[in-house]
Structure formats: C-alpha cells, structure tokens
Design a protein around this ligand. Structure first.
Ligand code: IVH
Length: 684
C-alpha cells in the first residue's frame, strides 16, 4: 500500500481524463479505489482520518470521473458504488427482534395539538393518557436478555438490521449483565434504549483526541457512534458511556399493564430509566413538560433534543397502529436547533502547543442556546475554503452537540462585495518561522523557540491533567514567556518568590502560593511527567499506556520505534514521535536540567500480575474509601470481574455499610464475604 500515491499525500489536481491511456486509467482507478477504501476505514472505523474531507472528496470525484470516462473499466466493488453505507464489515449484521421504528417529530405546537386531538378522538384510553419522556440525542440500540441473561446488543441500523456491538456495549457499567429480581422475569426480552456520552465525558474525549492530533468528533452523538463501533472494546471500556431504556421491542412470558408500568418494571430489573419521565394528559401538561426540560437542558449532563409523547395505554397502541416507519401513538416535539446568525469579523490564526496552526473565526458576539459565542474554530485551511467564509460574511453559528461552537454555513448576501478569501500565512504569526504543511495541517517547526508553543507547553505542563499547578494558567504562562522568565520548561523551577511577585496580579501571598505549588510537587509519576512534556501525539491516555508498559523514564527513553509499536494503542506515528522526542539533543538537555533542579520522575508499576483472574466479585452497601466504580475498576485491573448479582459464579461478596439483600443471598449460597479492609488486603 505504501506506494499508492493517493494514500500519503494525494494531489490537489489531476490531469484531464482524455490525456490518459486506457492502461494508465486502469491503474489509476485501481489505486484510487484502494485509497478511497483505505481513507474510509480511517475515517469511519478508526476515527482517525489521514486526509482532509476536501482531499477525500477530490479522490472520490476523480474516481467517479474516470469511471464515467471509462465505464467498462469501472469495477462493481468500487467504493463509488456504495455511497452512504459505512464500511464496517468487521461488525456482524444482526436482524432485530422487531422492527425498530423511528418517531414522527415536529417543532411547532400545531402539529402536536393535531396529534393530541387525533389520539383523543381515537378512543377512550383512560388516564394518564401519556407518558412524557426526554428525547435523548444519542445512539439507539437493542439489547436482548434470555432467561434474564444478557445476550447481545445491536445498533438500530436501518431499523430492520443493525450491527452487533455486544462486546463494546458490555463494557458499559450501567448495563446489567443479568436482570435483577427473580420474580416476574420474562423468559425473553428485547429492550430499546439510548447510549449516551455525558457532556463532561465528551469534553474529555474531545480534549484527548485533540491532544493526540486525531480528528475529533463534532458532538457527543457522533462520539458515541464512533466509540461503540470501534473494533477494540478496551477503548470503549474507559469512556464514560451510559444507557437509558425507554421501550420494549418484544417480550415472551411477560406483559405490562401500561407504558408507565413497563418503565417501572425495566427500572426494577436494573435497566435504567430516567427520573425525568413523567405522566401527562392534557396539551397544557405536555407544554409545561417541554418548557421544564427546555429550562433544564443546559444543566443536564446528557444531550436531549426535545421531548417524546407516548400513549400510556398499550392496547390503544395496537389499535392506533403505525405508518411506514413510525408509530401513530407517539410523537417527538423537538427543541429549536441551537443555531444563530451573526457576522464574522475576522479570521485569526492560533498557534497551539504542538505547533499546529488553527484558523479561528472571531464573531460578533451572539447568544446560542444560552451561551454567548464570540469565537469558533475553523479547524484547518481546507475547512475554511470548503465553508468559503471570509471576514464580513454573515454566518450561521451552531453549538455542535451543545458544547463547541462551530460555523455551520455562510449566508449569501447577493450583491454585497466580499473580502479576499482566507489562506494560511506563509510564516508563523508569532515567531516568523516559515511554516510547513503536513497533510491537512499547517505547522510551525520552531518548537520551543516559538513563544506561542512555549506558552502553550508551559500552560499544558501546569494543567490539571499534567503537573497540576493550580494558579499557573493562561495569563501567568503568557507573562512568564513574554517577560523572558521562562525559555524552557525547567526554568519554572529556578524562579524565586520575588520574581513571581513581580507578575501582574500577584502579591506576596499569591506569589508564595505559586512558588510552593511548584516546589511541593516535584516528585512526579512517569505517566504524569510524560503527559506534561507535551510530546506530539502523547496526551493523558497514551502517556499512561506508555508509562505502564515501560515502567521508568530510562527504559522509555531508550525504547525503539518497534519496541513501542508492540504496545497496544501505540500507533506508528505515536511511536515515532516519542522516539524522536528522546533522541533530540535539546530535549535530552531539558530532561537533565529537570533532574538537576530536583524534579524526580517516579517509576510506574508495570501491569500487576492478574492475581484476581477468573474471580467474580459482587458489591453491596457503601464502601468508605472506594466508589462502586473505583472498586470495580480495581478488581478488573487485576483480571477479576464485577457482577451485579450473587449467583453460583460469585467468588466474593464485598459488603460495605448498609448492605442490601445481596448479603443475605451470599450467606445462603455460602459465598465468601469480605468487609472493606479484607477487600483492601486482597487488592494488595
Ligand atoms: S421511542 C417506536 N423514546 O429518537 C418508538 N425514542 O427517531 C421508538 N429517542 O432514534 C422510539 N429518546 O433512538 C423513544 N424517550 C425516547 C427516545 C427516543 C430518544 C430516539 C430514538 C430514535 C429517535 C427518533
């Protein structure tokens, strides 16, 4: 594949198709097919695009162009023949237990009133007439339990068939592997729910991907879709995903009195429903509910994009029936999109700590969904060209997935003279070094001699995910660099209290506090130190992976690319970046200086022996030193498994304060019971 010219650095222009001989066209088409397929996989499956969308589109169009010029050479398996389908062949396709319908939706009151009138006119469905639910903005899935045991999980797909994501969904802590309660358990049940990534979780994932120079997801929903379809379930396990359930697709040996009863029963079985679900019967109640959720929307940790109104009466649902792909007994009332129009004032270029230049749009401040937005990222040069935005243009701004402001599109203003189109500068706006291109990115190669990069590195070094020096943020870093007090990271340890006091906004006490924060925190574990160094492609997560694999700084510094590549999750470009960092003379000097100035890098214990391999733990009651999640993680990191209910498979029940019925069950079954201190000893 390496010699395929369209994989590494695809050209921006192609020669006219007529100038190619048949043989040349055939070769080029073959290479293009291979390249498009490769980039598709990078984009959809690996979530790691190697080229910009614009460059991809060019390849795709070129292939289409040649196919129409030489139709007899076009291959049936060409990627142009499957536009819109996602090539996730590695995920098995599974037919759903029952068709997964979608919802009819409306933005305006009138359609909702019509729906309400229609329901009222169709029969006497008793009270409460409806169940009102949040409309989650995540990924819809089907989960199947047989005899209470978790069997499989599928995405909605086209409604009839989805992709098998069992392995990945199984890693979500809130998904029970066994249904709780022994009474009234159906022999078979297929439930429907929504997988969600919390807003805060999304911020973490976003930051990590940016740090590791991977293409980031636009919003939590895209992030969930990308995450759960990853082929490596370990990568799913450490993401804060959750599920809320809201429907039953099929049930055997069981029935519900109403939808409300169904939701209660799901919750009882351990299939989480949300406590914002509520009754309602009149249009006013529906409207109040929508207003309530709209008011709470900003504060909820999960994305919602409206409410769902569902008939509570289940027999009534059958009577009302369905349309082609949506039921007549339910309706979504969506919130208006968080989109606003404003004017773009300027496009500036920002230099990040790794030297990547990002065009940023400065906007006339505008309120979008409760937040004032005055800046929006434009990602890279091609993105600006694709959106064709220029200073003085009128633009639509959206808050993608509630979080990050983005320019959605330009609003055309016929007859208005426009300013010149944007292009990246040739020189770094901060240090004037000539810029270089790397795929879709533009880089300043000056490293720490570029003040913007130095400031970014310093700020990153002090940030919470790194050394955590509380008061050293953006403004302080800026001053330390501007005033020439810090030329390289270790300089931080040479500054005196008086020097800090000379900074703007500092007095004796705050200067002493900053000094102490720096000096009291000089023993750093390898993963923290590694992350703090700001090596390209090495964020918090990769730093942890590398630190665990090598244990101490010297071993890591001496590792070769192939040593590093052997480690799961360390991709070739990450390995190269790490090796390159440690080989640079300048960096070697920096590391020596850190050591001289008393910064001690503590080794990280290498993967512990899997001492709890094969052992199953059940927790009941509250532990004082661990949250439930931490305790489960501790067990899992030693190869054990945490289950939610006691069975013949359980090896230990860990009982904390106020244990529940699981403790009685453990006694009945003769399972070994540990208190918190026994548990702690076992972990050691
Ligand atoms: S019920 C037959 N309830 O909205 C009714 N859907 O097209 C099936 N959604 O992809 C859906 N929150 O994933 C239902 N409380 C909720 C929901 C919900 C979100 C999603 C669902 C579907 C989309 C509607």
């Amino acid at each position: 594949m390496a010699e395929n010219p369209y994989i590494g650095n695809p050209p921006a222009k192609f020669e006219p198709p007529e100038s190619l001989s048949r043989k040349e066209a055939e070769n080029q088409m073959h290479e293009l097919e291979e390249a498009v397929e490769y980039h598709n996989v990078q984009y959809y499956i690996k979530n790691n695009p190697r080229i910009s969308d614009a460059a991809f589109d060019r390849l795709f169009h070129r292939l289409q162009e040649l196919e129409s010029e030489f139709p007899d050479l076009a291959s049936e398996s060409s990627p142009t023949q499957r536009i819109g389908t996602v090539p996730v062949d590695a995920l098995k396709k599974v037919k759903h237990e029952s068709i997964m319908l979608s919802l009819d939706s409306a933005l305006e009151n009138e359609k909702i009133r019509d729906f309400h009138r229609h329901i009222q006119a169709s029969g006497d469905w008793g009270k409460p007439l409806y169940v009102l639910e949040p409309k989650w903005d995540g990924l819809s899935i089907e989960v199947v339990y047989e005899q209470g045991e978790f069997m499989r999980d599928t995405t909605r797909g086209d409604g009839r068939t989805g992709e098998d994501i069992t392995k990945n969904i199984k890693t979500i802590q809130t998904l029970p592997l066994r249904l709780q309660s022994d009474v009234n358990l159906p022999s078979f049940i297929a439930v429907r729910g929504e997988v969600l990534l919390s807003k805060s979780g999304f911020q973490d994932v976003y930051r990590r991907r940016v740090e590791e120079n991977q293409a980031s997801f636009a919003n939590p929903r895209n992030a969930v879709a990308g995450i759960v379809r990853q082929l490596d379930s370990r990568q799913v396990a450490d993401k804060p995903l959750t599920i809320f359930f809201y429907e039953v697709l099929r049930i055997e040996d069981g029935q519900f009195a109403s939808h409300w009863d169904k939701l209660n029963r799901l919750q009882e079985w351990g299939l989480r429903t949300h406590n914002l679900n509520q009754h309602g019967s009149t249009f006013d109640e529906i409207e109040d509910y929508r207003q309530k959720l709209s008011d709470q929307r900003e504060d909820l940790d999960f994305e919602i994009d409206g409410i769902v109104i569902k008939l509570n009466h289940l027999q009534g649902r059958n009577t009302l029936g369905k349309r082609q792909c949506s039921p007549r007994w339910a309706m979504a009332w969506k919130f208006p999109p968080k989109k606003e129009v404003t004017r773009l004032k300027d496009i500036v270029v920002q230099v990040g700590r790794t030297g990547i230049l990002t065009p940023v749009a400065l906007l006339e401040p505008v309120h979008v969904g409760g937040v004032t937005v005055s800046r929006a990222t434009l990602h890279n040069e091609e993105e600006v060209q694709k959106k064709d935005v220029r200073p003085e243009d009128k633009v639509r701004v959206i808050r993608a997935g509630d979080v990050i402001p983005e320019i959605h599109s330009r609003i055309k203003e016929p007859g208005k003279k426009r300013t010149k189109h944007f292009s990246m500068p040739a020189k770094c706006p901060v240090c004037q070094t000539k810029l270089v291109r790397e795929g879709a990115y533009t880089l300043c190669p000056a490293g720490l001699s570029c003040k913007a990069q130095l400031k970014g590195r310093l700020e990153h070094y002090a940030s919470r995910s790194a050394v955590n020096i509380d008061t050293l943020g953006d403004k302080v870093a800026q001053q330390l660099v501007e005033r020439g007090m810090v030329h390289s990271l270790p300089d931080l340890y040479t500054l005196s209290v008086e020097e800090f006091e000379s900074l703007e906004g500092f007095a004796k006490k705050s200067a002493q506090k900053l000094f102490d924060a720096i000096h009291e925190n000089k023993t750093l574990s390898l993963d923290i130190f590694l992350c703090a160094l700001g090596i390209r492609h090495v964020g918090e997560h990769i730093a942890r992976v590398a630190a665990r694999a090598f244990g101490d700084l010297d071993s890591l510094a001496q590792a070769s690319v192939s040593d590093l590549e052997r480690i799961d999750e360390i991709e070739p470009e990450i390995a190269e970046s790490i090796v390159h960092f440690f080989q640079e003379k300048e960096n070697q000097k920096i590391l020596k200086r850190f050591e001289k100035l008393g910064v001690h890098v503590k080794p990280v214990s290498q993967p512990s022996k899997k001492t709890l391999s094969g052992k199953t733990f059940v927790f009941t009651g509250a532990l004082s030193r661990y949250t439930r999640k931490k305790a489960q993680q501790a067990v899992e990191s030693l190869g054990g498994r945490a289950a939610s209910s006691v069975s013949g498979q359980t090896d230990y029940v860990v009982a904390g304060e106020d244990p529940g019925s699981k403790l009685d069950k453990a006694k009945e079954e003769g399972v070994e019971i540990l208190d918190e201190s026994d548990f702690k000893k076992l972990l050691k």
